[in-house]
Unconditional design. Sequence first.
Length: 314
Amino acid sequence: MPKKVFEGMTGAYAAMFTPYDAKGRVDEETVARIMDYGYANGLAGFYLTGTTGEWWLLSVEERMQVYRAAAKANRGRGTLIAHVGANRTDESVALARCAADAGIDWVSSITPQLYRNSFDAAMYHYRTIASATDLPFMVYSMGAALVPGRDIRLFDIPNVKGMKYTGRDYYAAQCLKRRVDGVKETVWFAGCDEQLLCGLVLGNVFSGGIGTTYNIIPGHFAKICALAAKGRFREAAKLQDEANRVVELMIESDNWSYRKAMMKFVGIDCGWFRKPFEPLTARQYAAYARRFAALGVAKEGQAAVRSKRPGEDA
């Protein structure tokens, strides 16, 4: 039986790193390890081959490989969302169809990134992708201003059932969500890791969050979502503060390989980000690991230890 559209669509989702083996190939075994770690610490699912997942550095075939590997490893434990955005809409269509065939639950896409960046171009892009499968579609809004009176049109597309909003204008998000609520049921996720709790405090806008740091310290973000759902915001704020120390260190460098260095520290080696990002030397990694450890938020090798699920002691 196919999963109901909104079943399980609350809580924390990791925007999964795409892991590579020593030869730079997609590492399916490590895809499964990332998922095991995340689910053991309360994640509700994973967002595949998004910005964190290096979609612009992967081939279409590699992205399809990630979808199939994640679907195989998932075993019904959570919801999988495949980001299928590409510079060519026909590639997005092929990716969406592969995701549907693999057993992925949702598809999602960023707006066109080259040549045409108008709203009409986004509508054409989204309508074409959404019509390629029967899967629910999640708009991925990143870096562009929300305009509620205009953006309500996105939800005229029948398959559009949600939004991943990686922005900080929560007032605009709330205004748009209010308009959408009068038309259809949808689910929204906050995409700025450092402001997850800010979004959840709105109460009726975001059902959870999707982010990079969720791979590294999944228990923090799962617990923030669980506590916020109970109105225990002061307790959630303490965890958000700890998570933000990790975020601050993570984004310090423009070299995104440092983000994967954090995963290596917690016990899951994902390789480095692909070129043009530089791999870290042993000395760079060791120095960074010491700084990460000094935060006191994560322990070295903790991915091998199963932590309590959020709510067990909440």
